[in-house]
Write a protein that binds this ligand. Structure first.
Ligand code: ADP
Ligand code: ZN
Length: 746
């Protein structure tokens, strides 16, 4: 009989086998197929079709319907999915979920009948809507729906894209009749199909800047590296023109008819970079972004699937899952950035590693770029696995920012502190403000204060689902868990003793208040997760700051990533020590990267920028490396420690996260697993570790860490880990234990 192996979007098994009914033609691998699963139907991807027999005593169920005429997933993608599942120890079904826009595998997907709503063409200019608003004043429900539509279509952000009818009705509370009225009045228009966003750009394309001598040399060295079949690492100081070099390489690749994938950290996908690339690549640019609607993502996916025309796709990490038919180059910008690693759910992949494998399979080149390489990448460049290319000068002869470290102990001792601002910092900010310059203040914690505590008894309100204290958010007068989102009102007094509650520590909200007090008259904005939740929130703040409608920007690490502002002369880091106190072998590397990147926002045009770092332990060597912009110094120190303490790149790590609702079962399962793995891996298996936050969302947590020497077989090691996990999970005493492997954890 004819059988098919199908990938289903599930975490249980790799593939599922179904019989093909007699009247159904053979599906190609990569096509979607509808199959029964228990009492439901579910969409899967055909992996292969073959002649075979059902295993003894098994009644195979029949596939219901093949949904595609052409494969939706290309053979190259299936190969990559397989690699990801094997390497990152998950099922290929979990990879499928990450890889395809969910709309493509939802069962209700019916592209042909999707209906979209747009604004009637007579309102091309939004101002023409004013009379409509006036006349709808007496029809508040219609007005409300119109406003929801305008928000969804991005009109307030100067855009105007079609909105799915279904989504609009959902968002507006199910008012189909009201929508119909607006359509009948000729305000909104209903359409069965949408004009592709990709082809709707109408832009005059500009030429790229000419590269200067150093950039030209870098470009040639990169091309020579590609000729040798090597991954290239472009190590260029901030504002040296790395992006300009990418642009030239991308142009050259498109001119040979090939496609390019340009990966950036999610948060760097701003209009700043997008419009810079749009001006140069025009219609050849596509943007793929998790904040885009499903529809927009499906469109990019389909567009690539249907043609092998030269295109450059700017994307966050999930861009590695797009169906390139003709890939010539992958650029991974800010390659050190930890957001390239997906933490949860599986596949816990690192887009940099996946990009390298993807390019290898496609015969394409890979360029990694950054001002602060990951230690692993720089090691690969030092040992000759990658080709190292350097840009040591900022463009147009600008100097790198001057970095001063202020000793907070001394400042507090001398009582020369204003709130959390040391005297020299306050002075500096005043001078810069009066010179009409802009300032960025970096504080890596959001909210008002990390906790609230009772002055009398010391009681600290904790999350009821997680073992963490609740963060105080003053603006919404609430205490919020940053792990699970649990939120309560601020208690007026201590729930235990009735004492007075006081906040401890500082977050961005508190800094914003202090800035307002210290520098009255300055225009202030705050950029953190809380102010950027909406689709365009992040962008709005950046644009305001770029137009100099804001003098001081207070923010978390969001402000460190790839932004370019002309008039920022000063960057301040309020408490650098907190980054170095993490019990993690990467904390120095991370702190250096973050500080160098945030410093890199200063003085990008005009005079030399300045950076003030406040620290309680100003003598840490990391500050000396920073002051000298001495990445290599940091690298040498870190690589020798990693060797001594047996960390990457000398050992590979696998962390097993063990979870259970019941404490006792968790305890048993962790000990059993540790015993088994200890027998296999000896002292390369850790004890059972209690993570710093040992309960999240009512799940108790434990960890076991494995280190595998790079000289040993990684796949064999993983196979033994899988066996041990299965053995433990099969024990009745460990029933219900979740064990999640994290390969190459960050
Ligand atoms: P990086 O990516 O290394 O941070 P960018 O490519 O963003 O640096 O360059 C920093 C600034 O200098 C940008 O405004 C860019 O347009 C400008 N720039 C860099 N190289 C050139 C060049 N060759 N010609 C004109 N402007 C350049
Ligand atoms: Zn919680």
């Amino acid at each position: 009989m004819r059988l098919i192996d199908v990938i289903l979007p599930l975490a249980i098994r790799d593939t599922y086998t179904y019989a093909l009914p007699a009247n159904m033609p053979d599906p190609e691998s990569g096509m979607r197929v509808l199959v029964p699963l228990v009492k439901k139907t579910i969409t899967g991807i055909v992996l292969r079709t073959y002649q075979g027999d059902a295993p003894e005593g098994v009644q195979l169920r029949e596939a219901i319907e093949v949904l595609d005429e052409h494969p939706l997933v290309l053979p190259a993608q299936l190969r990559l999915w397989r690699w990801i599942a094997d390497y990152y120890m998950c099922t290929i079904g979990e990879v499928m979920v990450a890889a395809l826009p969910s709309k493509l595998i939802d069962n209700d997907y019916t592209a042909q009948t999707e209906t979209y709503i747009t604004l009637s063409p007579q309102f091309a200019d939004v101002e023409q809507l004013q009379p409509v608003f006036d006349c709808l004043k007496r029809a508040p429900k219609q007005l409300e729906l119109l406003e929801i539509f305008l928000e969804m279509s991005g009109v307030f952000d100067g855009e105007s894209h079609p909105v799915e009818r279904r989504e609009l009705v959902e968002q507006s509370g199910g008012s189909v009749a009201i929508l119909r009225t607006l359509i009948e009045k000729g305000i909104l228009v209903e359409k069965k199909e949408v004009v592709s966003r990709l082809s709707s750009y109408d832009l005059t394309v500009e030429n790229a800047h000419e590269l200067n001598g150093e950039q030209q040399r870098a470009k040639m060295e990169i091309e020579a590296g590609f000729q040798d079949g090597k991954v290239c690492l472009l190590h260029g100081v901030t504002s040296s023109g790395k992006t300009e070099v990418y642009i030239h390489l991308i142009r050259a690749m498109l001119d040979t008819g090939k496609q390019v994938l340009y990966l950036v950290p999610e948060i760097a996908l701003t209009t700043q970079l997008t419009s810079r690339l749009q001006r140069i690549f025009g219609k050849q640019l596509g943007v793929y972004h998790s904040r885009f609607s499903n529809m927009e993502r499906v469109e990019i996916y389909r567009d690539l699937l249907d043609s092998s025309e030269p295109k450059v796709i700017l994307a966050a990490r999930s861009g590695v899952f797009l169906p390139f038919r003709n890939l010539g180059l992958v650029v991974v910008d800010e390659e050190h950035d930890s957001s390239f690693k997906q933490q949860d759910p599986a596949p816990r992949y690192h887009a940099r590693s996946v990009a390298i494998v993807m390019a290898q399979q496609a015969g394409a080149h890979v360029l990694l770029g950054t001002a602060t390489p990951a230690i692993e990448s720089y090691y690969n460049a030092q040992t000759g696995k990658y080709r190292l290319v350097e840009l040591t000068q900022r463009y147009a002869g600008l100097s790198l920012p001057a970095i001063h470290v202020v000793d907070l102990k001394m400042q507090y001792h001398r009582k020369e502190m204003y709130d959390h601002f040391a005297d020299p910092l306050v002075e500096k900010i005043r001078t810069q403000l009066s010179a009409g310059k802009q300032i960025i203040i970096f504080q890596n914690r959001r909210g008002y204060a990390p906790h609230l505590a009772c002055k009398a008894c010391g009681y600290v309100p904790k999350c009821c689902n997680c073992d963490v204290s609740l963060t105080y958010h003053k603006r919404i007068s609430a205490l919020v868990c940053h792990y699970c989102g649990y939120t309560i009102a601020v208690p007026p007094a201590c729930p235990q003793c009735g004492g007075e509650m006081r906040d401890q520590g500082m977050g961005t909200e508190k800094i914003e208040d202090e800035v307002a007090r210290l520098f009255p008259g300055a225009r202030i904005a705050r950029m953190d997760l809380d102010t950027t939740r909406t689709k365009h929130g992040h962008q709005r703040i950046i644009e305001q700051f770029a137009r100099h409608e804001v003098d001081i920007l207070v923010g978390t690490q969001m402000v460190t990533k790839g932004l370019h502002f002309d008039e920022v002369s000063l960057v301040a880091v309020l408490n650098a020590d907190s980054m170095l106190q993490m019990p993690d072998f990467r904390s120095y590397e991370r702190a250096y990267q973050m500080l160098e990147q945030v410093a890199g926002r200063a003085g990008r045009t005009g005079s030399q920028g300045e950076v003030i770092i406040q620290a309680f332990q100003p003598d840490m060597p990391v500050y000396t490396y920073l002051q000298n912009h001495d990445y290599r110094g940091l690298y040498r120190e870190q690589i020798s420690e990693r060797k001594v303490f047996r960390f990457p790149p000398f050992y590979r790590l696998i962390v097993l996260n063990i979870k259970h609702r019941e404490y006792s079962r968790l305890d048993t399962a962790s000990r059993m697993l540790q015993e088994q793995l200890g027998r296999i891996f000896g002292n390369c298996c850790s004890a059972v570790l209690i993570p710093p936050v040992a309960r999240v969302q009512n799940m108790h947590l434990r960890q076991i860490r494995l280190r595998i020497p790079v000289t040993a077989s990684f796949s064999q090691a993983k196979a033994r880990v899988v066996q041990a996990i299965a053995a433990v999970q099969a024990l009745p005493a460990c029933k219900g234990t979740i064990i999640q492997p994290d390969v190459d954890p960050l």
